[in-house]
Design a protein around this ligand. Structure first.
Ligand code: PLP
Length: 455
């Protein structure tokens, strides 16, 4: 058995960690944590700590850790057939069953699901589908994509461009020129404090119209958005926002891509966020909750309107030239099938709605009147605690959000994982959907203790 020191050393000298300060980590100045196990909403590390994972990994372990039903399905699939591809009409029982299960749960008007590996590649696929679609329709100039500042859609070349957070652009030469960003629907950070929520929505819609007019509707192919902004701050939209956006998009023949990587499969208390907000997507991005992260798998659910044109495209041009070796990987698909069954059996979608609302109430009781808490918000099993140096002006502590990591550090000492979100001064919570009210109370109590210890 390797010693902790040995592993820590190898880690620092060999492992290029994602989203990490590289030199600090290599010098041993950044935190290092080696995870060994998980059960329900708890994980354990090599130092013997048992931590309540208030973020479900990266908002993905929706069913909770240690689910034998899923791991047994993975093992069975691995023994029987670890891999076969899905090109040219090949499939497995797992991949076909999962397709059917996803389509049975999808919002109305969807036709097929294309499988990938993670949310970023699913969004790369989406943009290729949109471009192909407009080429087949004879509209080759209609290619730009509108995304929102504070949106997060991945960190590939296209998906990273769609992302509207500077951290993911700076020094990477992103965003690519085909991506145009519009305002974030973040009411707490509205430009004029006197605005009502309805005023703010009207302002956002006017900005969207301005963007479309400036770029020219005939150059814009699609709009992409998360039902609730995730990594950009866990921000539910203001009243009437999505209805207004959809009306504008329809008027300008602009497709709607709904990125449900976080919200898909129950997190908002409905199977999809689209159902929660009455969205009619042309494409839906799925990942994370599809397998509860027991294996990497993502997907693009394609609406009927696009599907018909894609079929026409292959009639005219032959085989659809887009595929990954691991599209619909059997082990991921088996994990997905077992996971979706488990979500139904345990009533996790309903639990997410109920216990998520309970968590926000518990959080409000615990820290709502703290002078440095500006707002507690969320939807379903998502909760954000926005920090401010001054409640009256809603000022941030500093632009890089230095306080939230300290509070999250204090929480960790007390056994709860919260996420200090990049480029925001806030704590984020997205626990597994099986969270109980007792565990919600623990998260809220520890947040209060950590805030008081820090500020
Ligand atoms: N889209 C959304 C809304 C996400 O939250 C994420 C990841 O957090 C992605 C896309 C990218 O997914 P992945 O990290 O699996 O590439």
């Amino acid at each position: 058995m390797l010693t902790n020191d040995q592993l820590a050393h190898w880690d620092r000298e060999s492992f290029f960690h994602p989203s990490t300060h590289l030199s600090q980590f290599a010098r041993g100045e950044a935190p290092q944590r080696i995870i060994t196990g998980g059960e329900g909403v708890f994980i354990t590390d090599r130092d013997g700590n048992r931590l309540l994972d208030g973020f479900a990994g990266l908002y993905c372990v929706n069913a909770g850790y240690g689910r034998r039903q899923i791991t047994d399905a993975i093992a069975k699939q691995a023994h029987e057939l670890a891999y076969y591809h899905s090109y040219a009409g090949h499939g497995t029982e797992a991949s076909i069953t999962l397709s059917k299960m996803v389509m049975d749960r999808a919002p109305e008007g969807m036709a097929r699901v294309y499988f990938g590996l993670g949310g970023s590649d699913a969004n790369e696929t989406n943009i290729k589908l949109v471009w192909y679609y407009n080429n087949i329709r004879g509209l080759p100039q209609k290619k730009k994509i509108i995304s929102r500042w504070r949106g997060y859609h991945g960190s590939g070349l296209v998906s990273g461009s769609l992302t509207g957070l500077e951290l993911f652009h700076k020094k990477f030469d992103l965003p690519l020129s085909q991506v145009v960003h519009t305002e974030a629907p973040f009411y707490y950070r509205r430009p004029d404090p006197a605005m009502t929520e309805a005023d703010f929505t009207a302002w956002l819609l006017a900005k969207l119209e301005e963007t479309i007019a400036r770029e020219g509707a005939d150059t814009i192919a699609a709009f992409i958005g998360e039902p609730v902004l995730g990594t950009g701050g866990i921000v539910p939209p203001p009243v009437g926002y999505w209805q207004g956006v959809q009306e504008i998009l329809k008027r300008h023949d602009i497709l709607l891509i709904v990125d449900e990587v976080i919200t898909g499969f129950g997190r908002l208390g409905t199977m999809f966020g689209s159902q929660h907000y009455g969205l009619q997507p042309d494409l839906i991005t799925i990942a994370k909750g599809l397998t509860s992260a027991y294996a990497p798998l993502s997907g693009s659910i394609v609406g009927t309107k696009m599907w018909d044109v894609l079929c026409q495209g292959t009639d005219e041009n032959g085989v659809f030239g887009h595929g990954w070796t691991y599209s619909a990987h059997p082990i991921g698909a088996a994990a997905g099938v077992a996971n979706l069954k488990l979500i139904d059996e345990l009533g996790l979608v309903e639990n997410a709605g109920k216990v998520g609302a309970y968590l926000r109430r518990a959080m409000t009781d615990a820290v709502g009147d703290h002078p440095n808490v500006g707002e507690i918000r969320g939807e379903g099993m998502l909760c954000a605690v926005e920090l401010t140096s001054d409640r009256a002006t809603r000022a941030s502590f500093d632009p890089m959000g230095s306080v939230a990591p300290k509070v999250a550090g204090e929480m960790l000492k007390r056994g709860v994982i919260a996420r200090a979100m990049p480029q925001a001064d806030m704590l984020g919570f997205a626990p597994p959907l099986c969270l109980t009210t007792d565990e919600a109370d623990q998260i809220a109590r520890v947040t209060g203790e950590a805030l008081r210890a820090t500020l």
